[in-house]
Write a protein that binds this ligand. Structure first.
Ligand code: CA
Length: 717
């Protein structure tokens, strides 16, 4: 069937100017972007052709007009309002003078890359109640452009092909079972007339996979599942033989994985390796996190969670795998930035095509791209879970990690990871990889009573255990002290940091390096900087007055070099940990800023905030009710509202909210779901009226405790 279809498509192509399944998009922006052009992206640095800048995804540009000597003259050429108070994680793509960038809710904007003029906007109309299906805000990391089409994965699990000229829909496919908590936040990648997309949802219970679709028709080309079929039967997918050969025996036959899918969702990095004609994919953590619940009778590695796999580009068939965190129990996803490069390896320093990877688990890996064999690796962050890697690259575990049910285990890195999705880069000029790294710790302990099947956020641990039961009681300063971010310039040959810079918060932006040894990075506080990539010295900075977590790009139009960054508060860091500092940049502006030499455009001021003195009503809870409220809050609310109910800048400050002040309003919102259109879905299935009321008691108590401690903060809009 596939061969026949291919044949008839070719026959149709022969009769047309462009080979696009019946229509011709070759005159569009990016009309001639195909595998060959993306392969040669380094030779046409005026464009930024794919998520990572080219197939190797190094985020390195040969543009050289902006230098360490003149970077001080960089100013705002233009900016564009993404009209969102949710997180922005996108890397823009620029081709033929047009910028394609995504904001929250998978909305795509096409802009004149020279002036910022809006050309078209495509809103996929993602239902707002799907917000509760994800862990980490309605974010999107960007699009793929191929043969005059723009591809976007939507938060509710669709893959949409748009006409790059006018944003009209060419085809659209639902890529997931929308009755399950799947989401798409990652950028698709395109090669050889195929576009691939994965999905997320391992915290809520899904089975991960990646699918390739035909760029012209949207027809499915192949699919690869990363955990066994719950009955260990064939799926009729490209993964069947690899699951039978490697994965099935690494799981027991019962446990929560058989109903929750086991996880291993490929929600971020997936790259095309043209030299080996394969797709390399990083997979996510296991689902649920707690291995004793997930797979109680098994003792295997739970393949292919927390792994890197290579799949044949044409068939999706297995080529190799390398599991970084066997039988993961700490949310150690391996989806982080995959980078291809030629590095000197071994005693003779022979050049080899390798993959560089700095996943959540805190080890930096160099793998042979052709075979997946471990070349070298070392810890790039502090660790309590492992003491090192053996000769094959397998972690040497601290046995205490798996005895969390007997004694709570302080996990370092925290489940948020020593490095999360914020894109890493590699400069062939300096030979260094640049990691936006996190220093965080979290206590892991068994949930009393085991897993609760009705929970939305369903990881199998006591989520209250690792977090402060009350504010402040010394807890908040403690959290602040233990949490920080770093930019690590890592030598992947010697496995040592060449230099580091520290930030007061984790989850800082991705990186860009250039031919002139500039390194650009923004931070969560809103400052965008240029460093000397060789030694880390700061050369230029500007406060953009909004958090920065995405990665910058650079491009050239009419002989002028531009640098662009998408700003915006939100994302998992803000939702879950936004309370941890109150000097954070204002959240309300998701915006693309574009810079060039000698420009002097303005930075847009953030929204103003209302200062309030006290919560709107009295505290009413008994100590037992408040304690129960904290437990219920931590399991149902904390992931989006933070542990202390303080505004993250995205979600409202519950302590001062009028809804919290009134029992009936609270019930309407929490149990009846009247704000589902904002993403606050009904928790009727999760919370009894008494449990909901206990949470209200906890929330108000937090507010009055802040008043007593003289720490009255700004309330959100
Ligand atoms: Ca996860």
């Amino acid at each position: 069937m596939k061969a026949l279809h291919w044949f008839s498509a070719m026959a149709a192509c022969a009769a047309l100017a462009g080979c696009s399944g019946g229509a011709d998009y070759s005159g569009n922006p990016g009309g001639d972007v195909d595998t060959a052009r993306i392969s040669a992206a380094g030779k046409t640095p005026g464009d930024w052709l794919s998520y990572g800048g080219g197939y190797e995804e190094q985020r390195f540009s040969k543009l050289a007009q902006i230098t360490p000597e003149n970077v001080g003259k960089l100013g705002v050429a233009w900016s564009y309002d993404l009209k969102t108070s949710h997180g922005v994680e996108a890397t823009p793509i620029v081709v033929d003078g047009v910028m394609y960038v995504t904001g929250a809710w998978s909305i795509v904007s096409a802009l004149d890359a020279k002036t910022g003029k809006e050309l078209w906007v495509y809103d996929p109309q993602v239902p707002k109640e799907t917000l509760a299906k994800g862990c980490c805000d309605a974010v999107n990391r960007g699009v793929a452009v191929y043969e005059g089409k723009v591809f976007v994965g939507t938060y509710d699990g669709r893959l949409v092909a748009l006409n790059s000229k006018d944003g009209s829909v060419i085809w659209e496919k639902v890529t997931v079972d929308q009755s399950k908590p799947y989401t798409i936040t990652g950028a698709p990648r395109a090669f050889k007339d195929k576009v691939i997309i994965g999905n997320g949802g391992s915290e809520l219970g899904v089975r991960g996979y990646v699918t390739a679709y035909n760029t012209n028709t949207g027809e499915e080309e192949w699919r690869f599942y990363f955990t066994p079929n719950p009955k260990k039967k064939p799926d009729g997918a490209a993964s069947d033989s690899a699951l039978a050969k490697f994965a099935n025996a690494s799981w027991g036959d019962s446990g929560a994985w058989t109903t929750q899918g086991g996880g291993a969702t490929a929600w971020d990095s997936m790259i095309y390796d043209e030299v080996n004609d394969q797709v390399i994919v990083g997979t996510g953590n296991s689902s649920p996190w707690n291995g004793k619940i997930r797979d109680p009778e098994g003792n295997g590695d739970n393949l292919f969670v927390s792994s890197v796999l290579a799949l044949d580009a044409d068939s999706g068939e297995y080529k190799w795998h390398f599991q970084e965190t066997p039988r993961d129990i700490l949310d150690y996803t391996a989806v982080q930035t995959l980078i291809l490069a030629d590095l000197p390896v071994g005693a003779e320093g022979k050049s080899k095509r390798v993959i560089m990877h700095a996943p959540k688990n805190g080890f930096f890996y160099v793998l042979d791209a052709a075979t997946g064999k471990f070349v070298s690796g070392k810890a790039y962050s502090a660790q309590t879970w492992a003491t090192g890697l053996d000769a094959n690259g397998r972690p040497i575990e601290n046995p205490a990690m798996r005895q969390f049910d007997k004694k709570p285990f302080l996990a370092v890195p925290a489940p948020a990871g020593a490095h999360n999705w914020n894109p890493m880069g590699f400069s062939p000029k300096t030979g260094l990889a640049y990691i936006p790294a996190n220093n965080m710790a979290q206590m892991v302990q068994e949930r009393p009573g085991g897993i609760k099947e009705t929970l939305k956020w369903n990881v199998g641990y006591d989520m209250a255990g690792g977090l402060p039961p009350a504010y402040p009681a010394g807890a908040l300063p403690g959290i602040r002290a233990s949490v920080k971010g770093e930019l690590i310039a890592w030598d992947p040959v010697t496995h040592k940091p060449r230099w580091k810079r520290e930030y007061p918060t984790p989850f800082n932006g991705g990186v860009l390096t250039t031919e002139t040894n500039l390194l650009f990075q923004g931070d969560t506080m809103g400052t965008f900087r240029a460093f000397n990539a060789a030694d880390g010295s700061e050369l230029w900075s500007m406060n953009l007055k909004s958090g920065i977590q995405a990665a910058p790009i650079t491009y050239e139009i009419d002989g002028e070099q531009y640098v662009a960054i998408a700003t915006g508060w939100g994302t998992s860091w803000a939702l879950n940990w936004g309370f941890a500092w109150d000097k954070a940049a204002a959240p309300d502006i998701g915006r693309v800023y574009v810079f060039k030499l000698g420009a002097n455009g303005k930075i847009v001021d953030p929204m103003q905030y209302v200062i309030v003195e006290e919560p709107k009503t009295k505290s009413f809870g008994t100590p037992a009710q408040i304690a129960a409220g904290f437990q219920n809050y931590s399991e149902n609310c904390m992931v989006c509202h933070g542990p202390l109910a303080i505004s993250s800048g995205v979600t409202p400050d519950l302590r001062w909210s009028g809804v919290s002040a009134d029992k009936d309003s609270w019930n309407q919102v929490v149990r009846e779901g009247i704000l589902a259109g904002n993403g606050m879905v009904s928790f009727k299935g999760q919370l009894t009226p008494e449990e909901a009321e206990s949470i209200r008691a906890y929330v108000l108590d937090q507010g009055w405790m802040a008043v007593r401690n003289g720490d009255v903060r700004k309330a959100s809009k």
